[in-house]
Write a protein that binds this ligand. Sequence first.
Ligand code: NAD
Length: 265
Amino acid sequence: MKLAHQTAIITGSSSGIGRAIAVAFGREGANVVVNYNSSRAKAMEVVQQIKAEGGDAIAVKANVGKEADVLKMFQKAVEAFGQVDILVANSGIQDDAPFLKMTIDQWNNVITTNLTGQFLCAREAAKHFVAQAEGTTTPRAIGKIICMSSVHDMIPWAGHINYAASKGGVLMFMKSIAQELAPLRIRVNAISPGAIQTPINKSVWSSEENRQALMKLIPYRRIGQPEDVAKAAVWLASDDSDYVTGETLYVDGGMMLYPEFSDNG
Ligand code: NAD
């Protein structure tokens, strides 16, 4: 039980990667706050699964792009479990369009959820960590933040410039707050998944033709599963990674290895 007696807020955890992280954290003994934006029923399924496996969890509705919602989510976590020790800022959306046709609404929606949402959640988490730790001494981190980024924090992505800009922003956001918060003994890291089979990218794995095309981008020759990312998140949230901060862990089956150059380019 690597996360026993700790409380974790996982944003956007009613589906996909967030859901797998919520379940994995529950198995490691954490109290889990399953944040959702729209589907309470799906969030409650995750809560029930965690409880059925002997863990504890609550579902909390919050739009991560709205400051008042984020503040309320942290309040509810504290009311239920006493404190907050881990934040996984996982919520994210895509709203794709060619650059010349992208509307300001498409740009703003993605930046607000994917980047501003991380700012609002991480700032609130850090405030809670500092207030909770006052007067206590522990050689370990007083709190941990994991930012869900993407291989597109490094790989340019035509047709998805709002998404790539948001994840590129997450990279420097993560590193800058890691630098600022390390002296307070708060660890901040990111996970950058490659292609993981979730609802966000159904179009790329639901047809055989698209799946074959995708395999050309993945040297390891399989699509990732949400559990692949959840295992990395458990490690980054636990004391096993206590000396790791400001790092991005790419969980991508080698997508960042320029596979198109594997046969002499
Ligand atoms: P998903 O669509 O299953 O999960 C996204 C979650 O974010 C959903 O639960 C959704 O309800 C939630 N969300 C959306 N807007 C929100 C808001 N305003 N407030 C709160 N929650 C909100 O897809 P996923 O693949 O599990 O994505 C999770 C994260 O992983 C995202 O940040 C995504 O960018 C990142 N990611 C995914 C992949 C992949 O291949 N699936 C690759 C790289 C990065």
